[in-house]
Design a protein around this ligand. Structure first.
Ligand SMILES: Cc1cc2nc3c(=O)[nH]c(=O)nc-3n(C[C@H](O)[C@H](O)[C@H](O)COP(=O)(O)OP(=O)(O)OC[C@H]3O[C@@H](n4cnc5c(N)ncnc54)[C@H](O)[C@@H]3O)c2cc1C
Length: 270
């Protein structure tokens, strides 16, 4: 059913249940003596002569070195540690529709568009999940809160931080046309469907029901350019991981190994 001129076979990619992957990671960390602390918000970082103390909502923890992988908040954590991240995290919500169960059979694999190298976002596509459910999306709309999973989620602090950042306005000047298109697609189901029909001409409005959403942590430089690769900043015994674009979940094992190697080199860990 897919429309296209050519297709690529990527034998190394896959679809998985990512919650299960995370559970497995947590199990492996615990079995090797580590501890995963959920619902523990880092609120402050103190750098002492021989240790780094992280203040959290569950008390203080000290360590010889620190790796900051805080996603949407990684720039704030970096400033908390007294470092200049050199970028601002700007949140972009990605909204999905789901195919109705009756029409899920239209999609048997991953149907992606050819990426436009001028933008870090791929554009709407179809993902068949391990359960057989099919996601259609995501778009990319500027979110009014870092954890802005819905239109109604607004954080004055997050919004003020984005608007006070000169890079935000430079980015807006470069990409305003695209930004408006994305907003229109977000508010208008027919427009969203038209974007999907480029890949799957048979799809209609009645085949789609509202799905979930996610928020991308997009690092933006002061000159308004969007960081489209990984961005790391090492400072003393702290390594900040500041931009972690898709498919970082799929590639998490390799990325994890790379970060550990980088930490071993730059943080002088044995
Ligand atoms: C809509 C959407 C679709 C995507 N699709 C794919 C895909 O198909 N395949 C793929 O490979 N990737 C995909 N990605 C990208 C992938 O989700 C990210 O690359 C990946 O999650 C980045 O991992 P991370 O560990 O750096 O950050 P995150 O996964 O964002 O984790 C950061 C963690 O830090 C925690 N944190 C933040 N602040 C604090 C604090 N102050 N104290 C304590 N903890 C804190 C957060 O709670 C969170 O658990 C998608 C992303 C989005 C938004």
């Amino acid at each position: 059913h897919a429309n296209g001129v050519r297709a690529l076979v990527v034998p190394s990619t896959g679809v998985t249940d990512y919650a299960k992957v995370c559970e497995k990671y947590a199990e492996l960390i615990s079995s090797r003596g580590g501890t995963v602390r959920t619902s523990t918000v880092a609120t402050g970082i103190r750098r002492l002569a021989n240790e780094i103390v992280v203040e959290t909502s569950q008390g203080a923890f000290s360590a010889g070195a620190l790796i900051n992988c805080a996603g949407l908040f990684s720039d704030r954590i970096s400033r908390m540690a007294g470092d200049d991240p050199g970028v601002m995290i700007v949140p972009f919500r990605g909204e999905y529709y789901d195919l109705t169960p009756e029409r899920a059979s239209l999609v048997r694999a991953l149907i992606y568009p050819v990426p436009d190298p001028r933008f870090p976002f791929l554009g709407v596509h179809f993902t068949r999940r391990v359960t057989g459910k099919v996601d259609a999306g995501p778009n990319a709309v500027f979110a009014l809160a870092r954890e802005g999973y819905r239109h109604s989620d607004i954080s004055v602090r997050d919004l003020a931080a984005s608007l006070a950042f000169p890079g935000f306005w430079r980015m807006a000047r470069q990409h305003w046309r695209n930004g408006i298109e994305e907003y229109r697609r977000s508010l208008s189901k027919p427009m969203f469907v038209r974007a999907l029909q480029r890949l799957l001409p048979e799809i209609g409005e009645g085949d789609l029901i509202p799905g979930g959403s996610g928020v991308r942590a997009q690092a933006v430089r002061p000159d308004g350019t969007l960081v489209d690769d990984f961005q790391f900043v090492a400072s003393g015994k702290v390594l900040h991981v500041l931009n972690v674009p898709s498919p970082a979940a799929t590639a998490s094992l390799v990325i994890g190994k790379t970060i550990v190697q980088m930490a071993a080199d730059s943080l002088e860990l044995s």
